[in-house]
Design a protein around this ligand. Sequence first.
Ligand code: SAH
Ligand code: SF4
Length: 391
Amino acid sequence: MTATAPITQDVLTIPRKLPEGATNLVGLTRDAMHDALIAAGTPEKQAKMRVGQIWQWIYEKGVRDFALMTNLAKAYRAELAEHFVVEVPEVVSKQVSMDGTRKYLMRIAGGHEVETVYIPEEDRGTLCVSSQVGCTLTCSFCHTGTQKLVRNLTAGEIIGQVLVARDDLGEWPIPGAPKNETRLLSNIVLMGMGEPLYNFDNVRDAMKIAMDPEGVSLSRRRITLSTSGVVPEIAKTATEIGCQLAISFHATTDEVRDKLVPINKKWNIKELLDALRSYPKLSNSERITFEYVMLKDVNDSDADAHRLIKLIRGIPAKINLIPFNEWPGSPYVRSDWDRIQAFADIIYKAGYASPIRTPRGEDIMAACGQLKSATERARKSRKEIQAEAGL
Ligand code: SAH
Ligand code: SF4
């Protein structure tokens, strides 16, 4: 890849005028689509077949205009257009980092905005998807945490981010051309803006759509949900979605975790680890990822590394070390590289994989924890943030 300066493109599309009261088909589960079609007059006997056909157009072919759904009768297409739309978020701007990372600012209903990031790597392409506009939680090292929660995203807005990214990557099949086996968008991480377990049902429905074999068709092993530790909801990640689980752990004492991840005051380290010890394992080889942000002189000592190993004993785990990504006004500094390496070595010697996450897209503020829709007005003051974090 040639290194060039980052590019910003304003690509706001002109919003389409929707038929009044039209239901968006994007984000409906197969069952919900089935019911919606019947309610709009599709004969019950045909509904299952129609769902299959429409599903393929939307999720396998990337078609949004009923007029182009050519295996449906013309009159039926017109009927569909009266009752339904196939709507995805609008891309307001796209930035491309020097390392190839792409950040999209997307506008959703109500004029709200969320960010979605595509990270190309040699063996995969990962889409980092947002689940909320802002976040109710206030992790003191996270930029999103400085933005008040505006609302949960709908399932359509969550899976819509995937469809829009496929548009931009030019990844829909070309009719007649041989199937492309290498996928640009091969993985999804729910690590964008928001706490996915506070919007569980919509996240679940969207990920079920992503995993549906007839469409986006990603394996459950290629989807990872990251949570700050909403203990009562954690088990549902396995039982109702079946994707991989990552925990934003970040500290080895309650005193420090209370400050970094304030949800710890509600469910502390012990309660979190108990939930992980009884986490329903879907297969023997599956490990829980512990994310650990490296903050200079806060949580990065040898003693922290040793405590971490002791705490997670017995849990099949890998530890993902995240060098802190700074943002304007952030109250922390990234640990030195030799400190991060020393921390990683201790964990590795104890038998755990301890990859250090390479910061991606820093030049366009697309790295972990840097996301925040710049135009969103509901900001917390620095005082509020510090008070909530107990700093
Ligand atoms: N709300 C969820 C998912 C989004 S955050 C959660 O907290 O898990 C995705 C990951 O980025 C989390 O592990 C989060 O702790 C981490 N993160 C947040 N801010 C960061 C920053 N400034 N630098 C590095 N990682 C950060
Ligand atoms: Fe919310 Fe996750 Fe950021 Fe914490 S780290 S404020 S839970 S988005």
